[in-house]
Design a protein around this ligand. Sequence first.
Ligand code: GLP
Length: 243
Amino acid sequence: RGMRIIVSNTYEEMSKKAATLVASQVNLKPNSILGLATGGTPVGMYRELVKMYQEDEVDFSGVKTFNLDEYYPIDKTNDQSYYYYMKDNLFNHVNIDEENINIPNGKAEDIETECYEYDKNIYNSGGIDLQVLGIGTNGHIGFNEPDVTFESGTHKVTLDDETIKANSRFFDSIEEVPKEAISMGMKTIMQSKKIVLLANGEAKAKIIEKMLFGEISPNVPASILQLHPHVIVILDKEAAKYI
Ligand code: GLP
C-alpha cells in the first residue's frame, strides 16, 4: 500500500519532519507546485520553513502554491481568512511571488466559475507535486465533510456543525464562523502526485485509526487516501495512540 506512517515524539518534531519534506521537494524541483493547508496543525511546519528560508536552506522563488480551501463568504483582509493566515504564517516571510499564490476567492461572485478555473489552473500548472493536509476530527480533509462525493473537484461546501464548533476557537464567537467554504474536492486532492498528512494531539487519535485502517467510506473522507499511491502520514505520539 501507498501509505507510510511516521510517528514523532513531539509536535515540534512532527513539524520539522514535515518542513524538511516540503523543502526537499522544492530543492529537488525548484518549480514545484505545492498544495497547502491551514488550521492549527501546520503552523509549526510553516514556522520551520520560514526558519529554513532565513538560513538559505530553501528557495521559494520558482514555487507555485494552491491552497486547499477558504471560507465563504470572507474578505481577504479578514484576519480569520485563510488568505490572511497564509500571508501571516508563510508568504510574508519567504521569497514567493504574489502571482504564484493561489487561494480560492472567498468573495467570488460566480462560484461555479471560480471553482472550475481553480481546478483548471492546477491542471495547467502541471498538477500538484506535493499536497499538505491536516485532518478534521470528523475525518474531513480540506473542507470535504463526511458524506462527501469522491468524484468532486473544487466546489462550495456547507460546513458541519462539528467543524464550525472546532473552528470557533479562532473566532470571537461561534456565530462569526462562516457556514460555507470553497474547497478543493476529493478528486482534486487525489490527483496530487504526493500527499503529506499531519496530525497531532489525542483529539485526532480515533480518526487517524479510522483513516488508516477503517473502511474506505464517504463517512470518513480521509479514508480514500488508502487508495493513493504516495502518502506520508506524520503524527505525534498522541495522535498515533491507536495505531
Ligand atoms: C480545518 C481546515 C482543514 C484542517 C482541519 C483541521 O477547518 N479546513 O484543512 O486540516 O480543519 O484543523 P486543525 O489543524 O486546526 O485541527
